[in-house]
Design a protein around this ligand. Sequence first.
Ligand SMILES: [Zn+2]
Length: 73
Amino acid sequence: MSLTETTTEERQAQKTYNALLAHLDDCSPCQSEEDCAEGTRIRRAVRATRSAVTESPALRAARAQARMATRDE
Ligand SMILES: [Zn+2]
């Protein structure tokens, strides 16, 4: 199990998502739900990093555990 790798992927996904949010703040085409090249590029990167995180078995197990812990409260 490689927790370090998982954390790196997660951090990358978060960073990419933050970049998307920052871009949306500044970009009027994206704010009016039109596509711009940069927005499309970042959205694609967000999808890619997210699927990398989702496909990590260690993280999936940790998420399942966290969900069960939340449900118990
Ligand atoms: Zn944009």
